[in-house]
Design a protein around this ligand. Structure first.
Ligand SMILES: [Mn+2]
Length: 312
């Protein structure tokens, strides 16, 4: 697969790279880093990063590129950091001449029908792309390793120091050895949008802590009024856990007819088992699920979550 991807890229004069809908730092940083690696190796190519701009990541990487429909149709598309076309930041992803994918999400029922290099154990998609670049012998320019490092740090925030994957340090070291500058990267990865600080204050007000768990239920208008993006709002569960004394934090975030549960835990409390009980999944200490108004019963979920505290 490594060589197949390399050959396809080498043979394609036009390349479009796709971050996901409501992008996080990993999807944009991976796309921008890959663009830099490929432009460095193949300066004659036309390469475009396509997707949505959000303030925090424009601050770190600058805006996405613009490409017309014809260009997209003639291009090799490269999907990064998401598993299904529905999640793409630019829906023209399915109109490309060829399509390949780098990811670290466990493929869903709904997924891209294209060749994929995927490592579900990886902390970040940037790590998957970087590993491929190194395996096929591509040089990593300074701005690329910086983008990959910012991406990696951003996807790392979903873990606490206690529950981050065992190979986190090794991956971090690889990026520093390649010239990544951690202080500089942190300035961007942890740059705080003033809207985020305001949202955290709101979360603190809403947070309920009882019987060993804490939870908050956030509505569309809560983040929209602050101009704070939904994916960022929905991912504040680790922050919630850190700011409580609970064993598990459950963050419910509405987005139109969906209610996203993002759950995090500190010790041997398995939020994976909790989410699986309702049809979701993830990892022991970082799991989630999407509910819809017809299958969302907050009381039932809280009851189950508390029961699991008691049966320790
Ligand atoms: Mn990611």
């Amino acid at each position: 697969m490594d060589d197949f991807f390399y050959r396809l890229i080498k043979e394609s004069p036009i390349i479009t790279i796709y971050s996901h809908h409501f992008p996080d730092g990993d999807s944009v940083g991976t796309a921008m880093g890959l663009k830099s690696v490929l432009l460095n190796a193949f300066p004659e190519k036309k390469i475009y990063c396509l997707g949505e701009d959000v303030r925090k990541w424009v601050h770190a990487f600058g805006p996405h590129d613009a490409a017309d429909d014809e260009t997209v149709k003639e291009s090799l598309g490269i999907v990064v950091d998401h598993s299904a076309p529905r999640r793409a930041g630019d829906k023209r992803v399915l109109t490309t001449k060829n399509l390949i994918q780098f990811d670290h999400h466990i493929p869903n029922v709904e997924h891209y029908e294209c060749p994929c290099i995927c490592d579900p154990e990886a902390v970040s998609a940037s790590q998957v792309v970087l590993a491929w670049c190194l395996r096929v012998g591509l040089a990593i320019p300074k701005d690329a390793i910086q983008a990959f490092l910012i991406a990696f740090l951003d996807d790392s925030v979903q873990y606490t120091d206690a529950n981050r994957p065992a190979d986190w340090d090794a991956q971090y070291k690889i990026m520093l050895d390649l010239g990544g500058e951690p202080e500089e990267a942190r300035k961007f990865a942890f740059w705080k949008d003033p809207a985020e600080s305001a949202y955290e204050q709101l979360l603190l007000k809403r947070m309920v802590e009882e019987d060993g768990i804490c939870y908050a239920v956030m509505k569309d208008e809560d983040y929209m009024n602050l101009d704070y993006p939904y994916p960022a709002a929905g991912a504040k569960s680790s922050w919630l856990l850190k700011n409580s004394h609970a064993r598990a934090a459950l963050l419910f975030t509405y987005c139109a007819d969906e209610i996203r549960l993002s759950a995090r835990s500190n010790d041997d409390y398995s939020v994976e088992a909790l989410c699986a009980h309702f049809g979701g999944g993830g990892h022991e200490q970082a799991a989630g699920m999407i509910f819809h108004s017809d299958n969302f019963d907050l009381e039932e979920i809280l009851k189950e979550a508390k029961r699991r505290v008691k049966t320790r």
